[in-house]
Unconditional design. Structure first.
Length: 277
């Protein structure tokens, strides 16, 4: 039987990483509130891509995240590898700043059928191929991908399904979401930063799934939109195993630097009732 796919959150922290030299991180900055984790992830990323208006977020929000350092110095230090998209959202002053700093800015406005995120993922995939980097060694984190406009958020979740072979993670507004691809997978959340609440949601249609490591596990359970989907679940082990006949979206609450979610929303769960929530 094929080995289960491992979905690790080690990329969230230096300490969590297994330190393998082969591990590579790429970040794509999107046009929504960036998580507080952005500077830490940026520092470890080999590729830093701004999707169109994501460049505005970098320009405006990074200086606010690093108080005590002059805004101009932060901007000069945090230069992206490239800015890509249809360039209808990047502000003129921001475009002029990065152009003057020598950042390549690529206009893909001819393509009005794919989103700026999709365009940026294609770029990262091509770079990985050119550098003979194995996809299993690469984690691509889309920052500012959840929350805000629902059509954008749904599109970002849809994009997860277009890249089941890629470790693609969406972060935003205090949430982390990634694909639990059809078949078997072992999820290793960083429980210092993630959970306890989580969900396993079939976005593509009906799924039959089995899990362990959750408070309310699935046992050859049929799920579908409009019927049962596993939300408001709780992570109860360091490893969550999932087997499903269809792709699922795995989603966790992200604390401390995940961006958004500053109010209490039941972080400390009550004692198990044994009944489904
Ligand atoms: N409110 C939002 N919530 C979640 N993601 C967003 C939001 N706004 C933008 N994004 C993401 O940032 C990317 C860049 O957004 P931007 O505003 O620059 O362009 P857009 O023209 O609105 O989007 P696109 O051209 O991709 O349809 C989008 O492709 C999307 O993935
Ligand atoms: C059926 C269909 N629906 C919506 C769009 C619009 N659209 C989707 S991605 C994109 C690019 C945005 O940068 C635009 C305009 C389309 N083309 N086809």
């Amino acid at each position: 039987m094929a080995e289960p796919r491992v979905l690790s959150s080690a990329f969230l922290s230096d300490k969590g990483s297994n330190g393998a030299a082969s591990e590579q991180l790429a970040v794509v900055l999107l046009n929504w509130t960036l998580p507080e984790l952005t500077p830490a992830l940026w520092a470890r990323a080999k590729l830093r891509v701004c999707a169109d208006g994501g460049a505005n977020r970098l320009f405006d929000e990074l200086p606010r995240m690093l108080p005590g350092v002059e805004a101009a110095a932060v901007r000069a230090q945090y230069l992206p590898t490239i800015i890509k998209g249809d360039l209808d959202s990047i502000r003129l002053d921001v475009r002029a700043f990065y152009q003057a700093a020598g950042v390549p800015i690529v206009d893909l406005s001819d393509d009005q059928d794919s989103t700026d995120l999709q365009k940026c993922i294609e770029y990262v995939r091509r770079q990985a191929e050119e550098q003979s980097l194995r996809l299993c060694d690469l984690t691509l984190v889309a920052l500012g991908a959840l929350g805000g406009r629902l059509d954008h958020t749904l599109s970002n979740l849809s994009t997860l399904h277009a890249h089941p072979d890629l470790n693609l993670v969406l972060l935003g507004d205090g949430n982390l979401s990634r694909l639990a691809p059809a078949g078997r997978c072992v999820i290793r959340p960083d429980r210092r930063l993630e959970g306890p609440t989580c969900g396993l949601v079939p976005c593509t249609g009906p799924a039959v799934a089995t899990s362990s490591g959750l408070r309310w596990n699935l046992d050859r359970t049929a799920m579908h939109f409009g019927g049962l989907v596993s939300t408001s679940n709780i992570i109860e082990a360091d490893e969550v195993a999932v087997e499903s006949d269809a792709h699922l979206v795995w989603t966790t609450k992200l604390r401390g630097g995940g961006g958004g979610g500053t109010h209490s929303d039941g972080e400390e769960p009550r004692a198990a009732s044994g009944a489904a929530p």
